[in-house]
Design a protein around this ligand. Structure first.
Ligand code: SF4
Length: 208
């Protein structure tokens, strides 16, 4: 099935995931904190962090041990404490306090990979981005939209298959669809309107 129609069908099943922040700096820092950490834990950690350090200038002067205490228990909190402070320093010194709006520049920031960079582009700075996280990767494979197990390849495949003006919608809808219906374990296929075109469903039909 056309990937654009897949996206429309998913939009018919769930509301989009709503990010906790809407400014580029907070989206970026929350993205760095989010790696291998549940959304609820990340969101609470970012709330504590921004109450104390609300701007790049303030966070760039933060003490690593204080930041560590604020962001615990996110995974790899010591490493991430270093990354968010160093990223803030670069934003202040190199970009005048403004989050850069180019993929190459974002990828140079400590702790920032393609997923976080794409989220900043699409949700923070008004550009196009297609962020492939664990939900987007799993759902794309199950539906046969991507055969790759590498998120960066899935990103390229989806970008070729989905109209550019819709890239920014993919992550927020796929994330919510992955949480509510196409769950990692025991997906709720009986509630899914994509069942008839789903590779995973076909492959597992006989085991039900
Ligand atoms: S049919 Fe099942 S596995 Fe396939 S997309 Fe729907 S919920 Fe996911």
């Amino acid at each position: 099935m056309d990937a654009n129609i897949v996206l429309e069908k998913i939009e018919g099943m769930v509301e989009p995931h709503i990010a906790i922040w809407d400014d580029a700096f907070r989206i970026l820092i929350t993205g760095i904190l989010s790696t291998r950490t549940k959304d609820e834990v990340t969101d609470r950690a970012s709330l504590r962090l921004f109450c104390r350090f609300p701007t790049p200038e303030k966070l760039s002067k933060g003490s690593p041990s204080v930041v560590e205490e604020l962001i615990k228990p996110v995974g790899f909190y010591k490493h991430k404490s270093h990354d968010v402070i160093e990223t803030s320093k670069i934003i202040v010194m190199k970009y005048g306090g403004k989050v850069p709006d180019k993929m190459e520049e974002l990828l140079e920031l400590p702790g920032v990979g393609r997923k976080v960079a794409n989220i900043v582009l699409s949700e923070g700075v008004g550009k196009y981005g297609l962020a492939v996280d664990t939900h987007v990767q799993r759902i794309s494979r199950r539906l046969g939209l991507s055969t790759s197990d590498k998120p960066e390849e899935t990103e390229e495949i989806l970008k070729r298959k989905i109209a550019k003006e819709r890239w920014n919608e993919v992550n927020s809808y796929f994330v919510e669809f992955g949480k509510q219906i196409c769950k990692p374990i025991n997906p709720l296929c009986d509630r899914c309107s994509l069942r008839n075109v789903c590779k995973y469903w076909r492959d597992h039909e006989n085991s039900r």
